[in-house]
Design a protein around this ligand. Structure first.
Ligand code: FMN
Length: 432
């Protein structure tokens, strides 16, 4: 067996087409895919490992920016790309596993093995999937676990050799090797088999986002890559230690799941320029409006209209996370800040990055911050944003990515045709 190549940092960028959606939608000459087509071409030219789409199932919170259905979006990008991976964020709370197995199975076929599913349990959108409100985190994660059991069984329902190529080049089906899954569970009853041929990757790469205790446990059990917001090195070290420990208890190979971190970069040609950009952003904050933002970061059940801005929040105002129904992982981050003594004003500033890892500086300084986490083993996949903006693209690709390649932290080229190969992931041991 060939020696495993040295560990390298993988990169992902947003597929784009979110903040421009409305402008493109009203432009008769263009489609809402246009920006994403440019970003996909730039990202593949830069040998970025995958394109990522987030998911929003509600107008309310994000009315200001548009959103398009992630799977439809990346399927269109599959047709105009060759090597770059295609990650679609889709909710297990508001989809049925048989459809999910077909949707991601088809994406893997039409992309020749570049599909990935970022499973989320959603914290918004229940008003569109009634009757009944947002199920509790316990319910959402229990359903997510059963969903994964079902989709994995469906992707494995074709045994090796079920479909082969005959001497005339035509397919030969051995139907005896295509087996029903006969699943009966708390949420689903699914006979199977899947009516899609075995996937190029056998299973799409499994991502997951949601880092409450229940979310981390789901990721430790099933995810190959977990998408996280880890604002500080300490939070990243603590999260990685816990999830890897749980994964080991589940009998998973060392080093899984890979840690994929969001990354809010403020680039400057000089350190002073980057500091000025951050200063100007903070000076533009409406701190009265910021009170509601922090209340949202704390789960939405606290009233912060009265407390003084330049004093820490009293413990009595901090929620018990077990009583919070939405984004418990993020509530953990902000109650953590509050217990460290952040004033309300400092919490409002932190809320601008909604709990994500934010770094400002020159590309070399950002490479230092990335290298620190990579060498500490708490960063395996980096979100590299801003490719739709020419100046940000220059900083991100010709600056940071170039610097990380010079330091041999990021690989020079794609390792193979499939996303699994480019992320250095073996097939899950329990894949049929
Ligand atoms: C980095 C990150 C990105 C996320 N992206 C999305 C998203 O695009 N769409 C979505 O519905 N939920 C997203 N979520 C939230 C998930 O839906 C999550 O399952 C849910 O909020 C429960 O989170 P919890 O485990 O923190 O309680 C994201 C979570 C994290 C940590």
């Amino acid at each position: 067996m060939s020696a495993k190549p040295p560990r390298t940092l993988k990169t992902v960028t947003g597929a784009g087409g979110v903040s421009e959606t409305y402008d493109l939608a009203v432009d008769p000459e263009r489609s809402t895919l246009d920006t994403a087509l440019q970003v996909a071409a730039l990202a593949e030219a830069a040998r970025i490992d995958a394109l990522f789409t987030a998911d929003l199932l509600s107008f309310g919170a994000q009315g200001a920016i548009g959103s398009q259905e992630p799977l439809v979006f990346v399927s269109a990008l599959a047709a105009v790309t060759k090597r770059i991976g295609l990650i679609a964020t889709v909710s297990s709370t508001f989809h049925h596993p048989y459809n999910l197995a077909r949707l991601f199975g088809t994406l893997d076929h039409i992309s020749n093995g570049r599909a990935a599913w970022n499973l989320v349990t959603s914290s918004l959108g229940e008003e569109n999937f009634g009757p009944g409100g947002l199920p509790s985190p316990e319910e959402r994660y229990a359903r997510a676990a059963e969903t994964l059991e079902v989709v994995n069984a469906l992707w494995d329902s074709w045994q090796p050799g079920a479909l082969t190529r005959g001497p005339d080049g035509r397919a030969v089906l051995d139907a005896a090797k295509v087996r029903p899954i006969d699943h009966t569970g708390r949420y689903f009853s699914v006979a199977g088999p899947l009516n899609i041929p075995p996937l190029p990757q056998r299973r799409p790469v499994q991502f997951q986002a949601g880092q409450s205790d229940a979310g981390r446990t789901l990721g430790a059990r099933y995810a190959e890559v977990v998408f996280t917001s880890l604002p500080t090195l300490d939070v990243a070290l603590d999260f990685t230690r816990k999830i890897r420990g749980q994964a080991e208890e589940f009998g998973r190979p060392a080093g899984l799941p890979l840690i994929f971190s969001s990354f809010h970069a403020t680039y400057g040609a000089t350190e002073e320029e980057a500091r000025r950009l951050v200063r100007e952003r903070h000076e533009a904050i409406d701190f009265e409006r910021g009170r509601a933002q922090v209340a949202d970061m704390l789960g939405g059940g606290v009233d912060l209209s009265e407390p003084p801005l330049d004093a820490p929040l009293p413990e009595s105002l901090l929620p018990d996370v077990t009583t919070v129904n939405r984004r418990r992982g993020r509530v953990d981050i902000f109650t953590g800040y509050a217990r460290q003594g952040y004033t309300l004003r400092e919490l409002i500033i932190a809320a601008q990055d909604t709990g994500h890892w934010a770094v400002a500086g020159t590309p070399e300084q950002l490479a230092d911050a990335v290298e620190e986490r990579f060498r500490a083993g708490v960063l395996d996949v980096l979100m590299l944003g801003g490719l739709a903006d020419p100046r940000q693209h220059d900083f991100a690709v010709n600056g940071l990515l170039h610097e990380l390649r010079k330091r041999r932290i990021v690989g020079q080229d794609y390792a193979g045709p499939t996303l699994r190969q480019n992320l250095g992931l073996e097939l899950p041991p329990d894949a049929g």
